[in-house]
Design a protein around this ligand. Structure first.
Ligand SMILES: NC(=O)c1ccc[n+]([C@@H]2O[C@H](COP(=O)([O-])OP(=O)(O)OC[C@H]3O[C@@H](n4cnc5c(N)ncnc54)[C@H](OP(=O)(O)O)[C@@H]3O)[C@@H](O)[C@H]2O)c1
Length: 230
């Protein structure tokens, strides 16, 4: 049977690679986008238009979405790019709205859509554990990890809930913004001596959504080349 996946962040980077891989298998993709015009070139099967900066609007949009789905894959996220010392409350709240509160609202409304045997996959980050300069981002991903555990218990046994926590992954907008000179010393510290790749994450997600992941729930899987071991 054809599976339908609802994916946020499918316009770029990791989300786009996951959407393309699942679509290549013949699965249906419904993309969550800020603006319907963005989706013209995505070639997806459906759209839920909402801006994760406004969690109430996100909740309303998902409440109206009635299709049964096999999985929700949350890839949408934003960064602030500075520490809390120089951040306003509004800036921190924006990051938390996009990265944490909106995904929570999506999951709350999707209880009606996710079919038994389906899954919710929330993309976290190694920053949840390792910290880094962007406090709002780090906290948002720590929150996602906690939510994964709490939701996994609530949705079991019908639906599995889990996460992946990538390290620095190339070919995304987030990493394109970082300078090569800044990245080189970081690469040297990674035991596997390279950064991650969007396509290997897409392959992993595809596999975890299938039988290989059937006994995984509540877990957040590190995909960081050994850069952070916990
Ligand atoms: N790349 C890395 O090194 C890395 C490492 C660890 C974790 N991650 C995580 O992986 C996920 C994907 O990141 P990426 O690197 O692929 O980033 P990316 O290329 O910057 O893509 C971010 C996606 O989020 C969407 N988005 C941002 N703000 C939004 C909003 N207000 N409403 C709706 N959608 C919004 C963007 O949509 P628009 O096209 O509308 O902007 C875009 O599709 C994120 O959760 C990120 O935290 C990435």
């Amino acid at each position: 049977m054809t599976k339908t996946h609802l994916i946020s962040g499918a316009t770029s980077g990791i989300g786009q690679a996951i959407a393309q891989r699942l679509q290549a298998k013949g699965d249906r993709i419904v993309a969550m986008v800020r603006d319907a015009a963005q989706a013209k070139d995505l070639g997806v099967d459906g759209l839920v238009v909402c801006d994760f900066a406004a969690p109430e609007g996100v909740r309303e949009a998902v409440a109206k979405f009635e299709e049964p789905i096999h999985s929700f894959i949350n890839c949408a996220a934003t960064t602030l790019g500075k520490a809390v010392f120089t951040s306003s409350a509004a800036e921190v709240a924006h990051v938390l709205n996009v990265n944490l509160i909106s995904p929570m609202m999506v999951c709350a409304e999707l209880k009606k859509n996710v079919q038994a045997g389906g899954a919710i996959l929330l993309v976290s980050s190694q920053s949840a554990y390792r910290g880094g300069f962007d406090d709002a981002y780090n906290v948002s991903k720590g929150g996602i990890n906690t939510f994964i555990k709490a939701l996994a218990i609530k949705m079991a046994p019908a639906v599995r809930v889990f996460g992946i926590a990538p390290g620095i992954t190339l070919a995304t907008r987030m990493t394109r913004e970082r300078k090569a000179d800044d990245l080189a010393p970081i690469r040297e510290q990674i035991p596997l001596k390279r950064f991650g790749d969007v396509n290997e994450l897409a392959e992993l997600v595809d596999s975890l959504l299938g039988p290989a992941g059937a006994y995984i729930t509540g877990a957040v899987i590190d995909v960081n080349g050994g850069n952070y071991l916990r």
